[in-house]
Design a protein. Structure first.
Length: 252
């Protein structure tokens, strides 16, 4: 019976067995359209063409605003000066050419972050997908700080895709490093506001896949699953209840 319970729980909760981070698995439950489109303006960005340092860049920006095609180099330069529209256009070019390629993942993630941070939330998924390919050791700290600023701001505003990513990239050996107690508290508080139990389920799974977890982590996973079992999402609720049965059975 335990084997069937494990199979049922895993088939219900996860997409195959694709791990994105150390001890992390993507949940299969889709984000609601409304929640994943919540947008926050994190940076003021480029406000005035006249503030650009060269005539060629000023001309390029005016051309872009008139919906003319400008060079990749000018798009990147404008994005580096905080132009969110240029960043959006540039990251779309990068994704069309290099999506899934580790060598270009940092540029995709960073310029997507610039675009999302300017209030253009559409490339958030591209940003997160690219971040999964980054090396936590070699990724420039300046860029990591930008990912954190953008994801946290959107997560605390209720964007469930961003909140999921905050959970995914926090941890020992992961891109954002070990999760602090303050961050964990904010995650749980926002998840309670969201009310669907998705985050608690993910936190529980992260603990449960470690077969050598200490007793206090088993207890914490149980707490998360109890909260997730109160979800208004039937799939999440059912999965949490079954994983709770599995957890309790393995404790016996």
């Amino acid at each position: 019976m335990r084997i069937h319970l494990i199979i049922f729980a895993l088939m219900t909760a996860f997409v195959g067995s694709q791990a994105f981070g150390e001890g992390d698995i993507e949940l299969a439950f889709p984000f609601s359209l409304e929640s994943r489109q919540i947008s926050v303006k994190v940076r003021p960005g480029l406000k005035n063409t006249r503030s650009l340092p060269s005539a060629s860049l000023r001309k390029a920006r005016l051309s872009m605003l008139e919906k003319q095609v400008i060079s990749d180099e000018n798009l990147r330069a404008l994005a580096d000066y905080g132009d969110g529209l240029a960043a959006l256009k540039y990251v779309r070019i990068l994704v069309s050419r290099y999506q899934g390629q580790r060598a270009h993942a940092s540029d995709i993630a960073y310029y997507a972050a610039v675009a999302v941070g300017s209030g253009r939330v559409w490339p958030l998924r591209d940003m997160i997908n690219a971040m999964r390919l980054l090396d936590p050791v070699t990724e420039p700290k300046k860029r990591v700080r930008e990912y954190i600023a953008v994801l946290y701001a959107h997560a605390w505003a209720g964007n469930t895709m961003a909140l999921d990513a905050v959970v995914e990239f926090n941890g020992d050996g992961l891109l954002f490093g070990e999760m602090s107690d303050a961050t964990r508290a904010k995650i749980l508080a926002q998840s309670k506001v969201n009310g669907n139990g998705r985050t608690e389920l993910r936190l529980a799974v992260r603990l449960m896949i470690n077969s050598e977890r200490p007793a206090e982590e088993t207890k914490l996973a149980q707490t998360y699953l109890v909260r997730a079992s109160g979800s208004d999402n039937l799939a999440i609720k059912t999965t949490a209840e079954n994983l709770l049965l599995l957890l309790n059975a393995t404790k016996e």
